[in-house]
Design a protein around this ligand. Sequence first.
Ligand code: PLP
Length: 474
Amino acid sequence: MKRAFTPDAIRGPSEALFPPWPERQRIDDYLTRELARAQERVAAGPAMPTLDMDAFRRELAGFDFAVPRPLPALLDWSVAMLEHGVVHLTHPRYFGLFNPSPSFPAQCADRIVGSFNPQVASSATSPAAVALEAHVIRMVAQRAGFPAQSAGHFTSGGSEANYTALLCALTRAHPQFAADGARAFPGPPVFYTSKECHRSWVKIAHQAGIGRSAARLVATDGSGRMSTTALASQIAADLASGCVPVMIVATAGTTNAGMIDPLSDCAELAERQGLWYHIDAAWGGAMIASVNLRSVLAGLERADSATIDAHKWFATTMGCGMFLVRNPGAPSAAFQVAASYMPSHELSVDPYMNSAQWSRRFLGLRLFLSLASGGWAGHAAHIERAVAQTARIRQGLEARGWSILNDSPLAVLTVVPPPAQGDPRAVVERVLKSGRAWVSLARFEERDVIRICVTHGETTEQDLSILVESLTQT
Ligand SMILES: Cc1ncc(COP(=O)(O)O)c(C=O)c1O
C-alpha cells in the first residue's frame, strides 16, 4: 500500500505551538499585565459591548488560517475582542443573570490547571486531582446537611448536574431502565418541578429520552414558589392515567426571582410517594456558607441529590457545577461502564464511571482554592454583602415609587416602574443603551419585570446609586 505521507526526517516541535520557555515566559508576563489593564478599563467603561459586529465579522472572515500570524499580536487582538465584544460580567454594574465576576483564587486555579492539563477521567491518571475533587464535594455536601458518606462530582454546570439527577432517579425507579431506557416502564415516566424552574429541565427530559412533556411544570402559589397542592394533584392525576412519577425537583433560588420552593413539604411528598427528591440550588445553594442566612435552605438536607453551581454564587470561573448525592452508589448505577483501555476501573472512585463526562478538566481546584483561601467565612461575607446591597437597591427604588414583586432572601429583585416611567421593556432598553449598567427583562408570575441581581463581589455604594439613577431617570 502506498502511503500518502512519507516523512524523510522528524523535525523539531512546532515553534508556534510550543515556543521555547524564555519566550513563553515573556509572552505570559506581557499577557498578565495586559489583562490587568484591560480589566481596569472594563470597570471604568460601559458594561455593554461596543464592537461594530459587521466590521468584526469581516475581520473574522480574514482568518482563513492559511498564513500564520505572530502570537503576541493575536493576544492583543483577543483581549480587545473580549474587552469590546461581550457584556462584561466583571463590570461592577453587571446586575445580571447569575454569572459572577470570578474570584481571584478561582482564576489562579484555572491558570494552574491549564498549565498541567490533567486528565481527570481516571484516578490512575490523576490520583491527587480526583481525591481533591472528592474531598471538596464531600465538604460541600456535609455543609449542605447531607450525611458523611454522601458523594457527587463536579459538572460543567447546573444543567449537567440536573441531568445527572434525572438519570439517577430513572435508574433507581426501574431496574431495567439502564438496559431498556423509557421502554422499561409500564407507562410514561414523568417528573415534577415548578413553572418557575430553570428551563434546562425541559431539555434534560428530551436528552434523557423521556420526552419534553415528561417535565411536569407545576403551578406556583402566586409568589413564585411551587404550590404543593398543585403538585399533589398533578401526581394523583398522572398515577390515575398510568404515568410513572419518578422525581420531584424543588428549586432553591429560582432563576428569575430567587424564590425558594417549600423544601420540607416537597421532601414529605417525595417520601410518601417513594420518589427521588432533587433540589436545584444552582444559585441559592451557596447560602450554605452563611451561618446567618443558611436557614432559608432548611429542608435541603432531606434531598436525595442537589445541584449547586460553584460558578454562580461561589464565584468561580465558568463552568463549574456540582452534583451532590446522598447515596454514592446512585451515580455509578447510572454511569458505570467497562472500558479495557482505561487505566483504572474503580467503581466508587473513577469519575468516568460515575458521571456523564468522560475526558474532564480539573474543575474542583477552583472551588478548593477559593474555599481554602477565603474559608466559609469569606464566602459568607461575599453573600451577605450582596444581600445587603440588594436591600439598599430596594429602598432606593421603593422611595421613588417603584414596586418590588418578589420576596426573595437572595440577592435579586424583580421590579416594575411606576406607570409614568414606561414599561419594564422600555426601561431595560434605555439602561442597556446607556451602557451604565446591565439589568434584564424577565417574566415573573405572568408579568414583565426588570430583574436586578447583585453578582459582583466588588460593587460599591456608588455603583448602587448609579444603578438606581439609571433606572429611574426618564
Ligand atoms: C436554578 C437554576 N438551575 C439550573 C441552571 C442551569 O445552570 P447552568 O447554566 O450552569 O447549566 C440555572 C442557571 O441559571 C439556574 O438558575
